[in-house]
Write a protein that binds this ligand. Structure first.
Ligand code: 5GP
Length: 114
């Protein structure tokens, strides 16, 4: 069993956080080091290390996260323009090995992928 990540500790309440949203499958918090005026993390309660570790049984959960990302963007008034990012693996910039979606908004993004 791998060591608990900081997100598991946040989910379990061992580390405090300001939750913007939570349900039985996920929590949503502000990123501690925002890269945009709006920088939100959407984190499944299930500690899947990377997107590439998700399996068929996670299909509904992954769909739920995508729908919630849209709902939260609407709630925050940024649904007109936001980016949804998942870093998979250290070489892609992943630092916390508990799957999470970044919702970024409130700044001008360049055209294209990055
Ligand atoms: P990654 O680089 O793994 O895709 O994203 C991890 C994100 O978690 C980073 O943007 C980082 O700022 C954020 N983060 C790391 N530790 C904490 C924490 O204790 N609280 C919150 N709210 N965000 C954190």
């Amino acid at each position: 069993m791998s060591e608990e990540t900081i997100f598991t500790k946040i989910i379990n309440g061992e580390i405090s956080s300001e939750k913007l949203y939570e349900d039985d499958q996920c929590i949503c918090i502000r990123d501690i080091s925002p890269q945009a005026p709006t920088h939100i993390l959407l984190i499944p309660r299930k500690p899947i290390p990377r997107l590439a570790d998700a399996s068929e049984e996670d299909k509904a959960l992954l769909g739920h996260l995508m729908l919630k990302a849209g709902d939260i963007a609407k709630e925050l008034g940024v649904d007109d323009a936001f980016r949804l990012i998942i870093n998979n693996g250290a070489n892609a910039g992943q630092t916390v090995f508990h799957l999470h979606l970044h919702i970024l908004a409130g700044k001008a993004f360049s055209e294209g992928m990055v």
